[in-house]
Write a protein that binds this ligand. Structure first.
Ligand code: NAD
Length: 480
């Protein structure tokens, strides 16, 4: 068992966090794995509280963003939590059951089992873009697996993080679930604690630091990171539907979505038509911008300046920018809404084609052959998601086979993240490990392999003194 140590020069928050970890670990070791009923009761009370307080949650998120569409908060923050609670409540009994597996002929009639054991105390570090969902869905998985949890939500959404601390504080004793508030320094100190598992959602740059800190304690990590998720429009794609889907996926939460389509690759022959269709689709989704309650603001001034500077760089380099601003409104920077913008065939060395965009900006690039599009995707770090639009099975399979991404949706954006039965996670620069549904339960469980010997021990023939029986047995085992 790992023990938290409190260093003499620790700041009060660090010492408090280390104390809570010790408290939780001690309580875990004393109480052991909670029964199915206790886990279900925890998830049920969490679900009920989310249902009752959904409006307060949406209000907290909106005040953090300046403006966040209430519908987007319901769809992006509340529904995923309720879906994951419902799914866990329904399936937890079967997930927890020890799994019988064959021990192999050599060890029969012994038996083998996989036991799913809680790992102990899990640390969860969550980001600001879906600040409720990305804290609570991992929490549900960790509780379903029978663990205690310490959560460090983002400092960029302070009202939601304060809400989370109060909300979870009322539902759970501190030795079961506890929230630590603070910024990057607190995050760094938190990541350095000797958790039994550290689950991090956020940027790739910070993900590297998390893994480095966890390595000191040999704490296993799940890293849910970001990146540039491409969207490939096939030569036979139904263009209007594809354009509507891409526009929706890009502009949900004003582009501040980890699995948003980052850029689109479009067959050269259909390029202009697709650009027009995306512009039409955006106009339909957002006929106005400034006072439109459906259109979300950028979370803070730093991110607003980051996204506007991507556009500034493109403009300076002479890239054609199609701004979709149906009423030609002026959007005051203080309100941090950015006009949805299409960048037409930007050169690859622009920042907008190198870094994750995380804003309402869509670069579109023409391609000549599907192979060229695949090569372009494969020339960049492995993305969290990939979207393909088209009907020919051969092309679809080629794209899915030859690209490596965390997940993918075909003829749709974002939706693979909604399917509880699919693992959700990245690969390479977009992360490691996965959660959602049973994959989340497994992420926060230790799979303990157990062999149970029977009274008749077949393998006993292979013990010294080796003689005829051992030779016969060896001959059989080596030639079967
Ligand atoms: P971020 O890395 O800036 O912050 C995430 C969390 O890490 C916050 O709680 C922050 O306080 C903490 N943190 C910051 N510095 C730290 C440090 N040195 N040590 C420990 N913790 C530290 O990320 P963000 O800007 O909040 O989130 C946006 C990024 O997250 C995007 O790249 C996006 O794609 C990605 N993301 C991924 C997923 C996913 O499921 N894979 C979901 C949402 C967002």
């Amino acid at each position: 068992m790992k023990l938290a140590t409190i260093e003499a020069d620790d700041s009060p928050v660090q010492s408090r966090a280390a104390e809570i970890l010790l408290l939780q670990r001690t309580a875990f070791m004393r109480a052991g794995a909670p029964a199915l009923e206790e886990r279900q009761a925890d998830i049920r009370q969490l679900r009920d509280a989310v249902r009752q307080q959904s409006q307060e949650i949406a209000a907290a998120i909106s005040s953090d963003f300046g403006h966040r569409s209430v519908h987007e908060s319901m769809v992006g923050d509340i529904l995923p939590v309720l879906a994951s609670a419902r799914h866990a409540l329904h399936h937890l009994a079967s997930w927890m059951k020890p799994k019988r597996v064959s021990p192999g002929l050599e060890l029969m009639p012994g038996r083998a089992r996989i036991l799913y054991q809680p790992i102990g105390v899990a640390g969860i570090i969550s980001p600001w873009n879906y600040p409720f969902q990305l804290a609570i869905v991992p929490l549900i998985a960790a509780l379903a697996a029978g663990n205690r949890v310490m959560l460090k939500p983002s400092e960029l959404t302070p009202r939601t993080s304060d809400f989370l601390a109060g909300f979870l504080g009322k539902l759970f004793p501190v030795e079961k679930v506890s929230t630590i508030l603070g910024g990057p320094d607190t995050g760094a100190a938190f990541a350095a604690l000797p958790f039994d598992h550290l689950f991090y959602t956020g940027s790739t740059a910070v993900g590297r630091r998390i893994m480095r800190a966890a390595a000191e304690n040999l704490t296993p990590v799940t890293l849910e990171l970001g990146g540039k998720s491409p969207c490939i429009i096939g030569t036979d794609a139904a263009l209007p539907a594809a354009a509507q889907s891409v526009a929706f996926g890009k502009l949900l939460n004003a582009g501040q979505t980890c699995v948003a389509p980052d850029y689109a690759l479009v067959p050269r022959a259909r390029f202009d038509e697709f650009v027009d269709l995306v512009r039409e689709a955006i106009t339909k989704l957002y006929p106005s911008l400034r006072a439109n309650p459906d259109y979300t603001s950028i979370v803070n001034d730093r991110h607003y300046e980051r996204v506007t500077s991507l556009l500034g760089e493109a403009r300076r380099r002479g890239v054609r920018i199609v701004e979709v601003n149906p009423l030609n409104e002026t959007l005051p920077p203080a309100e941090r809404k950015i006009v949805p913008s299409l960048l037409i065939d930007p050169p690859d060395d622009l920042t907008v084609m190198q870094d994750e965009i995380f804003g309402p900006v869509l670069p579109l690039r023409p391609y000549n052959s599907l192979d060229e599009a695949i090569e372009f995707v494969n020339g960049k770090p492995r993305p969290l998601a990939l979207y393909y639009y088209g009907s020919a099975k051969a092309d679809r399979d080629k794209v899915l086979d030859r690209t490596v991404s965390g997940g993918a949706s075909v003829n749709e954006t974002l939706m693979h993240i909604v399917v509880e039965n699919l693992p959700f996670g990245g690969i390479g620069a977009s992360g490691m490990g996965a959660y959602h549904g049973e994959y989340g339960f497994q992420t926060f469980s230790h799979r303990k392999g157990v062999f149970l010997q029977s009274r008749i021990n077949g393998a006993g023939m292979l013990r010294p003194p080796f003689g005829r029986a051992a030779n016969t047995m060896l001959k059989f085992l080596m030639n079967r």
